[in-house]
Design a protein around this ligand. Structure first.
Ligand SMILES: Cc1cc2nc3c(=O)[nH]c(=O)nc-3n(C[C@H](O)[C@H](O)[C@H](O)COP(=O)(O)O)c2cc1C
Length: 317
């Protein structure tokens, strides 16, 4: 497949914080944009300390960052967008995809898709109050429980100067599993006139080729789990070499050390590292025993030893 393609790193709550993003961009350059996991902004227009840290320019050097906002209220969204612009981030992303029950039942994330009229009113207000120079991109699912919902959503998105529409072609009810609805993405590609980005299940060059063959106009893709599982994926998709053990180890160690510092100790760090391993473990041949040791590690010492054992005794696929 020829032609240029932009590669963005999808946000994954609990994984792609600034420690991960900056290490990734250092060891595996080539990703065009990184998105923050969602920042929930409520009516009081405030951000948690952790979220402030995550978008601080000094924590994101070398990274093109798009902060993602989760809200269903225009005032707090505009407030957050201005906060981000003040930090040098001139595009903000609205999360219309989060399927988690705590978000969904409050009418946020994918929950906001239940009410296209309310979504219209939200965008009316946002675009009439947002200062010039701030772009609004949107990351959306295709509906909640029926693919027929997509048409009304496209009609909403078409009305506004959204800088980019990122579509994960699954329903809320499907969470992250099952086949994506290509036929619904096709509807978006035919009926949405603005910049469109495909997101979902790209894990290798074959997956990317399939999408770009099915949708020849595809110029932008966003990748999440595929990149966590294989941090060199974008390099490979661009025709470069696979990751070797030395660089994977260096990348892992950089994330781990930065997290130990940022998260105040091993307890908080361990869970996040173990989540990364639940994806990255598949890069190795027969890693089950070593991954189990990593999962069971209770101290920094035993964690480090388990990681060394994995790198020492398992070959890469
Ligand atoms: C653990 C986890 C956390 C996620 N957190 C976010 C998030 O904060 N914001 C968001 O827009 N999407 C989030 N997503 C969805 C991903 O960004 C992405 O849309 C989804 O995984 C599909 O793309 P992929 O198949 O390339 O991973 C999350 C997904 C997972 C599995």
């Amino acid at each position: 497949m020829t032609g240029t393609c932009r590669f963005d790193f999808a946000p994954l709550e609990g994984i792609t914080d600034y420690t991960y993003r900056t290490a990734h961009s250092r060891f595996f350059p080539g990703v065009d944009r990184y998105y923050t996991p969602f920042i929930a902004v409520n009516e009081t227009c405030s951000m948690k300390k952790r979220e402030q840290k995550d978008v601080a320019p000094e924590h994101n050097s070398g990274v093109v960052l798009v902060p993602q906002i989760l809200t269903n209220s225009a005032g707090p969204f505009v407030w957050a967008a201005k906060e981000m612009a003040a930090r040098g981030w001139h595009t903000v992303n609205l999360n219309l995809g989060c399927p988690s029950p705590t978000v969904f039942t409050h009418g946020k994330g994918a929950g906001f898709l239940a009410d296209p009229d309310r979504l219209n009113a939200f965008f009316d207000e946002v675009f009439s109050h947002l200062p010039g120079g701030i772009g609004v991109s949107v990351k959306t699912r295709i509906g909640i429980r029926d693919t027929k919902e997509a048409a009304a959503l496209i009609a909403v998105f078409r009305r506004y100067p959204i800088s980019e529409l990122i579509v994960h072609p699954r329903l809320r009810e499907e969470f992250y599993k099952g086949e994506v609805h290509r036929e619904v993405y096709r509807m978006f590609s035919e009926e949405y006139p603005g910049a469109l980005t495909y997101n979902g299940d790209i894990g290798n060059a074959g997956d990317l080729d399939e999408i770009r063959t099915a949708f020849p106009g595809t110029e932008r893709v966003m990748i999440g789990r595929g990149l966590i599982g294989n941090p060199a994926l974008v390099r490979v998709l661009k025709g470069g070499k696979k990751a070797d053990k030395k660089e994977l180890r260096a990348f892992h160690d950089a994330v781990f050390e930065a997290r130990l510092l940022a998260l105040d100790g091993f307890g908080n760090t361990a869970g996040k590292m173990k989540e990364i391993w639940s994806y990255m473990g598949s890069l190795f041949i027969s890693p089950e025993k070593q991954l189990k040791r990593i999962r069971k590690a209770q101290t920094e010492l035993t964690y480090r030893a388990a990681v060394s054992e994995l790198f020492g005794s398992c070959q890469l696929r």
